[in-house]
Ligand binder design. Structure first.
Ligand code: CA
Length: 145
């Protein structure tokens, strides 16, 4: 299945993660991680610069402005919560990344907050997860059909 074209949010997420790990993000690394051409990265970096989400530093790469950082952190958090959500409902790890990459952009802060609460509800008591699986795999609710 071909992956969707990365959005501005995906770029910010990617740049945020790289900066967390290395202190900076470089165009070549972004292109490789997002599997896009360098020219696509250049265009998006220009857009992000226009919106004042990042600063280009010669010889070093990009760093995020405080607003870019705030957005990047939020996009990463939302991505993680949606992955946790799909894990909790029993989606196999193999499909999770791809599914979340597609749907994440449509979830509001309020929706993510409520999903985080639901994850906590299941995390607090693993019997709830066990019961969920029982329901999911009972004959009357055969999710494979
Ligand atoms: Ca995405």
């Amino acid at each position: 299945m071909p992956s969707a074209t990365p959005t501005m949010e995906d770029y910010l997420k990617c740049i945020y993660i790289m900066i967390q790990r290395k202190g900076y993000a470089r165009a070549a690394d972004i292109a490789e991680t997002l599997d896009v051409q360098r020219s696509s990265v250049s265009r998006m970096v220009q857009k992000l610069d226009d919106k004042q989400y990042l600063i280009y530093e010669k010889h070093r790469g990009f760093i995020l402005t405080s607003e870019g950082n705030r957005l990047g952190e939020w996009y990463v958090y939302r991505n993680q919560m949606l992955k946790r959500f799909l894990e909790t409902v029993g989606i196999s790890e193999y499909h999770i990344d791809q599914e979340v990459e597609g749907i994440e952009h449509h979830f509001s802060a309020d929706s993510v907050k409520r999903i985080a609460g639901m994850i906590k509800y299941f995390d607090e008591n693993m019997d709830r997860v066990t019961r969920l699986r029982e329901i999911q795999y009972s004959e009357s609710n055969d999710i494979d059909n």
